[in-house]
Structure formats: C-alpha cells, structure tokens
Design a protein around this ligand. Structure first.
Ligand SMILES: [Zn+2]
Length: 928
C-alpha cells in the first residue's frame, strides 16, 4: 500500500504521462449539443468526447447502431470500418485483445492499436455490444487510438546500445551495477508523430536498492535516448513461472481452526495432505486460495516462490499460535473475502477473472528489518510482518483488498503506473479495498471511521491517527493536486489518489453502495484504458452509469461528486500559480533550461518536433511563440545553454554519414546557420555552456578513455584542457572568459573535490578551493558551480546525512572563501501539515546566481518514500551579499532546475499545474 523509494528515479520530471508523451491538453468535449451552457436538464453523460492529440474520439455514448454478427470482435471491427468518418480508426491497425462478457450479457471488445505491426504503448480502443446475432448493436465506443503516427518502424540503433542506455537510465550507481534489462521488443510511444522505442524492464541485483522494484524503460530506437521511464508497480511479470505450486502434493478440502493475529479462534478452510497433516489451502472456491508463512525470511526470497516454501502448516486441524501471530490466518480469510466480494457482488471470478490461484505470503522482512508494508507483486500478495506500532499487514482487510485490486486492474484497464493514470490505479485499489472491508464487516457508510484505510494495522494509537489514507479527506484537483516528478512516488500516484477515490467514495455514500460498486467496477473492467487521466475516469464512470441504466438524477449525483473534487475539463488551468508560464507542458527529460539577457532556451519532446527532443528559444518579455532552434534532422537535441545571443547544445543520433554519435551545435538566437562545434563518434558530450561566443563542453571518449573539459573560442580550433593524471572534471560553468568545474581525485580511500577556475586567456588554472576533510569518513559532494558578481559559488553537501549543505563562495583569483549560507537547519515551507519541522539539516538540490541574488532548490525534508508535498523541492532566494532566504514562489508543487537571469529574475521548471511548465518570476515571493 505504501511504496518506498529506495532507488532515485530517472531524471524525468513529466508529471502527467500525457505530457511526457506529448499528448497535449485534453480538448474540451466536442459534444454536438445545443450551444447554451449546461442547464439542470443537460445530460450529465457526454455524448461525444474528443480525443487528445488524435482525431479518434475518446468516448461516444448513447448509441444504438447495428453491428450484426456472431463473432463480437469481427462485428466490432466491421462497425468501426463502417463508421470511419466518426472514429477515424483504421481497422487494419487494430489487433484483437479479448472480449469481456459482463453478467448482463454485454460484451466489451478490446482492441490494441498497431503502427506498422508494432504495438502502440497504452493505445486501446473498446467497443460495447448489446443484443445478439442479427440484432447486435453498439451502445458506446472509445479509448485511445492515435491517428497522427508516422514514426519509423525500423530500428536504427543497435540492440546492445539500446540495452546499455536502458540500464543507464537508472540514476543510482549502486542500482546500475549488476542490473539486467529484459527486452520486450519494439513499441511506438504515442504523442505527435510518435516515437519508435525499445521497451525494457530493468531489474538489479543489489537488494539494498532493488528489493521488490523494477523500472520500465523505453529507449528511442531511432536516435538512442531514453524516452520514458517509470517504476513498475508489480515487479514480476504476469504469467511468470509460479514455481513451488507445481511441487505441492495433492490435497483434499477440510476445515479447521486457526487463531487470528489477535489470538481469537477462527474457522478456516484448509487442505489435508496425503501424510495426514494440514495446510492453509482453501479448495472451496473455483480459485484456490493459498497462504504461505515466510517466517521472517526476506521479501527477495519470494520473488518466485522458493522450492522449500510451504503453505502455513499444522499437524492437526487446530492450527498453532504462530499461524495467527504471523498474519497467515488473517491473510487467508481476507483473500477469500476479497474473492467472494468480487464474485458475489460483481460477477468476477478472481484476480484474473479466470479463477487463477490466489496466493498470499505473510511475515516477510526487508533487508533484515521488519517490513511495515504490503504489495501486489504481479502474481501474489506480499505482506510484511509489522513491527513497533504496526500489526502484520495482512490483518487489514482493506489493505488485502487494495493489493488484490491492483491485480484486477492489471488484468483489465492496465493503468500505467505514472502520474494521473497511476493515481487512478491507486484510487481504484483504495475504493475497492475500502468497499470490501465495510461490506464484509457490515460497517455502515455513515460510520465516522468508514472512510479510513489501514486503520486496523495499529497496535497503539487511534484508528484515525493510524490510517494511511482516508477517502473522506475532501481533496480536489485545483486545491490539492501535487505535481511530482516520475522519481517521486511515480509522479504522485499515492500523493494524488484520494482526489479520485474521494469522489468515488462520495458516490458510494450518496448512491446505493451496491450500485456504486457495480458502477465503478464496470468503469474499470469495460471503459478505462492504460493512459487514462482523471477526466477520462469521470467520463468512463458516467458512461458505465448509462450502460447500467442509472436514471438522470443518479447520473447527476455521479457528475456532482466528480465536480466536488474538481475532476472536470480544464482543471489544470484553474490551479493558481504566482509565476508566469513561458512554455507549457514540457516533456522535460534532460530539459534543464538556461536564460541570459532576457532570452531563454529549453529542450522538450513532442510539440510538433517529430517526437524526439528539440531545442526551443524564446524571450522572457512579450508574447511571441517559442521558436524551434534545432534542425529537424532525425536526431535528438538537448542540454541547451545560452548567453543571450547564441545558443549551444548537444545532438545525439545518426549523422549525415549514418554513423551514430554526438555533436555540439551552436546557433544565433536570432536565427541563421547551425554551426558544428564538435562531432564525436564513440564520445559522450555533455555540460554544454556558452558565453560571449565561447563554447565549452565535457567530453568523455569511450575508446581512448580520455575525458575532460573542451573549450572552443570563436574562430579558433577547439582545445582540450589537460587535467592532472587521475583527476576528473564535472559540472562546468562558463562566464566572461573563465571556465569553472569541480575537479575530483582520490587520496588514499577518500575522494577530494575542488571547485576550480581556469582562465581561457591565460590558459591555466587561476583558482582552486580544495575541499578535503581528512576526518570525514563519508566525504562531501561539491557541485552547482556558478560565477556571479566576481565570485565563484558552489554547494557542499556531506554524504553524512546528519550534516547539512553549505553554500560557499570564493574569489575568482583563489584568494579566499566565505560562507554565504551556513549549514543551519532547513526552513519550513509553510505548506500546512506537510511543512517540515525546521530542524533537519539542509539538502540543497541546485543553485543559480545573478550579480544580485542567489537562488537554490531545496526540499522541506529528505525524500522518505515520496508521500508528501514537502518531499518536492521549492526555490529560495537570498542576496548575493548574504541574508535570509525567502521563498522564490509560493507555487505548491515541485520546482526544479532554476536558472538566474538579470537581477532577481529566475526561470525554472514548475510542476504545480499538474504538468511541467517553464515559468518565470521577477523577484522572490517572500513568505508563503
Ligand atoms: Zn497501491
């Protein structure tokens, strides 16, 4: 239920998967109704919802159009072909992906889109049929089908390079070591023209970072760059060998008694083995329910059930005390209760809908410590044994229902675990987990504790204090949506889930609970598709309501619940911000912006740039549209920098001669020819900087092992800067003829770092400030170098997390250091209950400076699992001469990668509005 974040996420700030894929904002519904505004009589179910970034509609309801035939899939395909003027769906690009038959006989035909035979990521189109044979009719249809795809279908980057890039997408070095990439083949990522990508699942071997985690990585197969990456919710693929089960001996059904976690005796369905002993195997249902006791073994041992793992056992029908204290009895009873809820109430035969086995593993530990968590791993439920204030996690029926519902989602809507679609998955798991608990335990919806999730887990404290979430928290999109990067809580999947589950819970409280459960289940099983967002979910539930025969008043109740939680068209535009947007909806991977003299540059994918990353430029003042600066040459263009006159950046992909490589390019902002500064094959080029016509970059040559800064002065040949043997440079800054970097080298066991300044005119180092605490056992990170106001600024952050970051500055001639911001306790951001205590050490994430002001990014507290807005960095500004930092902006979401222009003006990437925008403010906001 709670996901931990041990692996730092990829450098992908796209908060909404639609934005990552460049799908654009949802277009207002093109409902062909009367032009007047909504009235009390208006149909709450939209008749036609236009698609986003496609000509195919997202949803068409209220139909009764003939689709005769005995084969539902063939009839649906012929129907779409006959109505191409409306659907714009090419039947030749549809692959049948199954037919779902509901208890009332309706069929949902599910198609997957192909582009030249290659699956399109997340694209599903659904057709709903009623009636039979010659009288068969289409009642509604919709989903995601992308009509603008022109991406290549042939891979141009070698397999091995793609695999290396996939593993390289894992930022953490420890996690990268020993990681393996499972290859799923080619897919087309939607968004504009689409991108051909190779899909990998990256799993590592280091348990300290990889326990129960995996990363989905999509690498652009035309230019060789990571296009999309996010954490897998269920780390083990559906259908992987289940092991152990095959070795289980034949059992016959029996009943027995087992103590629950509180020691109370409970009747349990068990299995009798040939040797006369018993196990927690329930054979009374079509799906076999089996419960294993891990007896404190590590969760990693249960990636696949080990051969020596056995279901919880007993010599007699009277199970021992340990069956209760481990949580096994509760898991066994809860798994059966969840199965019964889905079967009896909703007509679903288990997690996979086909009576597949239902397996729980209780009492696991994690890294040798008690585990206070539970998750669905793609095949089974894994429950921690609890510790301290927590009971075993299997005691909470809502937690069991939550995890098993993730399995149901995986077999139905297949929601992608990122941003809004991931938050929808969490919301559905919360809704059904809660519904299963209150229904099976007879708790009325009016009970003050009916909305709590996980409230049974606490040994001490009140249920309210203990509950992980509550569905009556009244959160709304506009007031509460937290824009988070993919690396934090998979883009806020838990941070934002109750916005939707709260609306669903309100429907359950207001309508009849059984009707609400059938409504939400029908939306999940028959209407939702993998990339759907909050508004798609609203429309899916309303369409399901019409299919279920809800009357006008009931449908208005449903629409009203979504309205009350701000889930309606255009909610992102209503989120208040105190910054001005310069460019909206960036895909933002590798898109650190730059600004100088009122002109900015940024890289983003989509935006008509044929899928790959492209460099855009614009002016801070005025309203002119951003202009694309990089050529459309099939390569990926990123890491741009500007001095206000010229932009420089790195391009990646096949060159004119077809060989794959990188190139540093430069071009005047006013337009004109693109100049090649440096082209290298088998070289990595990064950290591009430009100042007064000089261009600097970092070069790392795979074949020679040579690496270091390279400077290219206007009109002169490029000059590599030689560093002493064993020294490395990182983090370039270039300003008025001076180049700065962080130089590091080993002294015995420890790493020494030194902010270093090099004069281009003199051709030598003119200042070096060595950071070498010989007593430090862990060392210090030195970075974020900037030159401003005649000084060099940098951030020092000890690896020892009990010590805080410091901002230091030194004279450019090496004559002395002062502390600009000492390592005091971090300030609280004042964002209500999320706000930090103000006593933790500072952890500064990035710094920028003008001649007047220093601006830095800092989260209120360290990322501890990505569950609070306080985990997301906010910007702070103080005078270059020192002083107290003030909030740069009171925007509530994540604020990233600030760059200073003149004076106090700062440009940054802001995720507050439910997507990532490039924004600007002229001065600090002060106190928020
Ligand atoms: Zn969950």
């Amino acid at each position: 239920m709670h996901h931990r974040s041990r692996t730092p996420g990829p450098k992908l700030l796209g908060v909404a998967i639609a934005a990552v894929l460049g799908l654009g904002v949802a277009v207002p519904p093109a409902f062909a109704g009367p032009a007047a505004g909504p009235s009390a009589d208006a149909d709450p179910v939209p008749g036609l919802v236009a698609g986003s970034d496609t000509a195919a509609p997202q949803l068409v309801t209220g139909l009764a159009e003939a689709a005769p035939g005995d084969n539902p899939a063939e009839a649906a395909r012929a129907y779409l072909a006959a109505h191409q003027d409306r659907y714009r769906v090419d039947p030749a690009q549809l692959a049948e992906a199954g037919v779902e038959r509901a208890t009332d006989g309706r069929r949902t035909v599910r198609f997957e889109q192909r582009h030249g035979g290659i699956p399109v990521f997340g694209a599903r189109y659904l057709v709903h049929l009623v009636g039979e044979g010659a009288g068969q009719r289409v009642e509604s249809a919709g989903g995601k089908y992308f009509t603008g795809l022109t991406a290549p279908t042939v891979q141009s980057v070698p397999d091995e390079a793609l695999r290396r890039l996939a593993i390289g997408a894992v930022q953490d070095q420890a996690a990268r070591a020993g990681a393996a990439a499972e290859d799923h083949g080619l897919v087309v990522l939607p968004g504009g023209a689409g991108r051909l990508a190779r899909h990998f699942t990256v799993r590592g071997s280091d348990p300290a970072v990889w326990a129960a985690k995996a990363q989905e990585v999509f690498v652009d197969a035309a230019v060789g760059e990571v296009a999309l990456s996010y954490e897998v919710r269920a780390p083990y693929p559906v259908g992987a060998p289940a092991a152990a089960a095959a070795a289980a001996p034949a059992v016959e059904p029996a009943t027995g008694t087992a103590p629950d976690a509180l020691g109370r005796p409970a009747r349990v369905n068990i299995g009798r083995l040939p040797d006369g002993t018993y196990q927690l195997v329930d054979l009374t249902r079509p799906a076999t329910v089996t419960t294993y006791d891990a007896a404190g073994r590590d969760e990693l041992d249960f990636r696949t059930l080990p051969a020596d793992a056995l279901p919880a056992a007993s010599a007699t029908t009277d199970f021992p005390a340990a069956t209760g204290t481990s949580g096994a009895t509760d898991a066994h009873l809860n798994a059966a209760a969840v199965y019964d809820f889905y079967r009896d109430r909703l007509g679903r035969d288990g997690i996979d809908g086909k009576a597949g086995p239902i397996t729980s593993v209780v009492n696991v530990t994690s890294f040798g410590e008690p585990m206070n968590n539970a998750y669905w791993d793609g095949q089974k439920m894994i429950y921690g044994g609890g510790s301290g204030k927590y009971r075993p996690f299997s005691v909470a029926r809502d937690v069991a229902g939550h995890e098993m519902t993730h399995g149901v989602v995986e077999h139905t809507a297949e929601l992608v675990n990122l941003g809004q679609s991931g938050a929808l998955d969490e919301a559905l798991a919360d809704y059904f987990g809660n519904a299963i608990e209150v229904t099976s335990r007879g708790i009325p919806m009016t009970d003050p504790r009916a909305a709590l999730l996980g409230e049974d887990l606490c040994r001490t404290g009140t249920p309210e204090a203990c509950a992980g979430r509550r569905l009556d928290d009244r959160r709304t999109t506009v007031a509460d949506y937290v824009g988070a990067p993919a690396g934090v809580d998979s883009g806020g999947v838990h941070l934002n889930s109750t916005i939707v589950s709260g609306a669903l819970w309100d429907i359950r409280r207001t309508l009849d609970p059984l009707l609400a459960d059938r409504l939400v289940y029908r939306a999940l099983a028959e209407y939702l598709t993998p990339l759907d967002d909050f508004v798609d979910a609203r429309n899916a539930v309303l369409a399901a309501g019409r299919a279920l025969g809800l009357d006008r008043a009931q449908l208005r109740t449903v629409a009203g619940a979504f309205d009350a939680h701000g889930i309606k068209d255009g909610w992102q535009r209503r989120i208040g911000v105190d910054s001005r947007p310069l460019m909206r909806e960036l895909s933002t991977e590798s898109a650190a912006p730059d600004v100088a003299a009122g002109r900015w540059v940024v890289a983003t994918a989509g935006k008509g740039a044929k899928g790959s990353m492209a460099v855009y430029a614009g002016a801070v003042a005025g309203s002119a549209e951003p202009a694309r600066l990089s050529p459309e040459d099939g390569r990926s263009h990123g890491w741009p920098a500007t001095d206000g006159t010229t932009a420089a950046w790195a391009a990646m992909g096949p060159g004119a001669d077809g060989t794959w490589g990188m190139e540093v390019l430069a071009r005047p902002l006013a337009g004109g020819p693109v100049r090649s500064v440096h082209r290298g094959v088998n070289q990595f080029l990064g950290d591009v900087r430009v100042s007064g016509g000089d261009v600097a970059f970092l070069l790392s040559d795979h074949t020679t092992g040579r690496s270091g800064p390279v400077i290219s002065r206007a009109g002169a040949p490029e000059v590599p800067i030689a560093l002493p043997e064993g020294h490395e440079a990182a983090g370039l800054a270039l300003h008025d003829g001076l180049l700065a970097w962080t130089e590091s080298w080993q002294v015995g066991e420890r790493t020494v770092s030194a902010p270093t300044v090099y004069s281009l005119a003199a051709g030598k180092v003119v200042a070096q400030y060595v950071v070498d605490d010989a007593n430090a056992t862990a060392g210090t990170a030195v970075g974020s170098l900037r030159m401003a106001g005649g000084r060099l600024l940098w951030v020092e952050t000890p690896f020892d997390r009990t010590k805080g970051s410091t901002i230091r500055s030194g004279a450019l001639d090496g004559s002395g250091v002062t502390d600009l911001l000492p390592a005091g306790p971090r300030p609280g951001t004042g964002t209500g209950t999320d706000s930090g205590t103000g006593t933790e050490p500072r952890r500064i994430a990035g710094l920028t400076a003008s001649d007047r002001a220093v601006t830095f990014a800092e989260a209120d507290r360290q990322v501890t699992g990505g569950t609070k807005n306080a985990d997301l960095p906010k910007l702070w500004q103080l005078p270059l001469t020192g002083g107290t930092p003030e909030r740069m902006s009171c925007n509530r979401g994540g604020q990233y990668l600030p760059v200073a222009d003149r004076g106090t003006r700062v440009v940054w990437l802001d995720a507050t509005a439910g997507r990532t925008d490039l924004v600007v403010r002229e001065r600090a906001a002060g106190t928020c």
